[in-house]
Design a protein around this ligand. Structure first.
Ligand code: PEP
Ligand code: MN
Length: 348
C-alpha cells in the first residue's frame, strides 16, 4: 500500500502515519518525489485496509499496490530515480556509457584501456576481477590483483569503476574499490548476495538472469531496495531462447516495459546480448532507440588475444565511431551524451 500525504501535511502528521504502519507490524518507507510526499508500506502478506489511514490527518489517499515489487515499482514512486556518482547522473537526460574489457587481464591492459576510454569522454570503466565462468577451467579473473589495477586506473584517470562481485566473502574488498557493484546474470537470484550488496549502500548494476523474466529481475532489485539501498541500475543483457546463432537474444522489449514498471534506470549490454562484435553497434543504437538510459559495452585493444569474451569485444577505434553515432541518436531521443574527455590522447 502507498499512503500519499497532502502537500500541506506536517512533519508530525507524516510521523504519525509512520508510527501507525509500525504498530500494524509493517515497515514504512519514505518515498521522495518532486510532486508528492508518500509513505510506502511493505511487510504485509495480505491486503491492508485503507481505512487505517484515510481518517488520519494530512493523508490524501491510501492506494493499494497491485504489483509484487513495491519499492522499485512506479506505483510507489512515479518519478525516475537518478543515481549520482561523482557528479555523473545515471537515469537522467544524459546517457551513461560503461565500457572496458570483459576481464582485467594484467596491469598494462587495464591502465591502457582506462587512458583510452577516459580520453574519449567515457566516465565508467568496466572490467571483471572475479569472473563467473561457465567452465572451472576457464580464466577466473585476476581476483584481488585485478582490483588493485582497477583502483590504480581510477586514481590515474578519474574514471569510475564498475566491477562484478561473485561472492559474499569478497564483497567488502570489491565494494572498497568499485563505484558500482555489478551483480552478474548468474547471481541475479543469489538472494543472500543481493541483500549484502543492499547493505553496502553502494550503487548496484543488476544484470538480468539468463532465464529470468522481467518480473523476476524486478523482484531481485526489490531485495536490494528492501535493505534500504535504492541505487539500482537494471541491465538487460540478453536471455536464452531457442535461437542458437546468437549467444543470447537481446530482449529490447524489456526496455520500455521496465521503464514503465519501474522508476529505476535501465541500461543495455549488447555485447553479451548478441555475442558477436559486429552486432554490437547496431544493437547499441537499437537499445538507445528503445529508450535505454545507457549502455555497457565490452571494448578490448586486441580482441583475438582476450582471455574472455574476445569475440564480442570491439576495438577502441570502432567504439569511438559508435560513440559519435550514439551522440547523434541521443538528440532524436531527447537525450544527450557528453564526450568531454577526462584526458587528451590519440586513439589508434
Ligand atoms: C560480464 O559482464 O562480463 C558478464 C559476465 O556478464 P553476464 O553476467 O551478463 O553474463
Ligand atoms: Mn563478458
Amino acid at each position: 500500500m502507498l499512503v500519499v500525504m497532502k502537500s500541506t501535511a506536517t512533519e508530525a502528521q507524516i510521523e504519525a502515519v509512520n508510527e501507525k504502519v509500525k504498530s500494524l507490524g509493517f515497515t514504512p518507507h519514505a518515498i521522495s518525489g518532486a510532486q508528492r510526499i508518500a509513505i510506502g508500506i511493505t511487510g504485509n502478506h495480505g491486503k491492508i485496509e485503507p481505512s487505517h489511514f484515510m481518517t488520519m490527518g494530512g493523508v490524501a489517499e491510501a492506494i493499494s499496490v497491485s504489483k509484487p515489487f513495491k519499492l522499485v515499482g512506479r506505483e510507489f514512486k512515479p518519478d525516475n530515480t537518478e543515481i549520482v556518482i561523482n557528479g555523473n547522473v545515471i537515469g537522467g537526460k544524459e546517457l551513461t556509457v560503461i565500457a572496458g574489457p570483459c576481464s582485467v587481464e594484467n596491469r598494462e591492459q587495464i591502465i591502457e584501456m582506462a587512458d583510452v576510454l577516459s580520453s574519449m569522454g567515457v566516465k565508467f570503466l568496466r572490467g571483471g576481477a572475479f569472473k563467473p565462468r561457465t567452465s572451472p577451467y576457464a580464466f577466473q579473473g585476476l581476483k584481488e590483483e585485478g582490483l588493485v589495477y582497477l583502483d590504480e586506473a581510477r586514481k590515474r584517470t578519474g574514471i569510475n569503476i564498475v566491477t562484478e562481485v561473485r561472492s559474499e566473502e569478497t564483497l567488502p574488498i570489491v565494494a572498497e574499490v568499485t563505484d558500482i557493484i555489478q551483480i552478474g546474470a548468474r547471481n541475479m537470484q543469489n538472494f543472500a548476495l543481493l541483500e549484502s550488496v543492499g547493505n553496502t549502500g553502494k550503487p548496484v548494476l543488476l544484470k538480468r538472469g539468463i532465464s529470468a523474466t522481467i518480473e523476476e529481475l524486478l523482484m531481485a532489485a526489490e531485495y536490494i531496495a528492501h535493505q534500504g539501498n535504492p541505487q539500482i541500475i537494471l541491465c538487460e543483457r540478453g536471455i536464452r531462447t531457442f535461437e542458437t546463432y546468437t549467444r543470447n537474444t537481446l530482449d529490447l522489449n524489456a526496455v520500455p516495459v521496465m521503464k514503465k514498471l519501474s522508476h529505476l534506470p535501465v541500461i543495455v549490454d549488447p555485447s553479451h546480448g548478441i555475442g558477436m562484435w559486429d552486432g554490437v553497434a547496431p544493437m547499441s543504437m537499437a537499445a538507445i532507440a528503445a529508450g535505454a538510459d545507457g549502455l555497457m559495452i565490452e571494448v578490448h585493444a586486441s580482441p583475438d588475444r582476450a582471455l574472455s569474451d574476445g569475440y564480442q569485444s570491439i576495438k577502441p577505434k570502432k567504439f569511438a565511431a559508435l560513440l559519435k553515432k550514439i551522440e547523434q541518436l541521443a538528440v532524436i531521443m531527447d537525450r544527450s551524451l557528453s564526450l568531454q574527455p577526462l584526458r587528451e590522447m590519440e586513439i589508434s
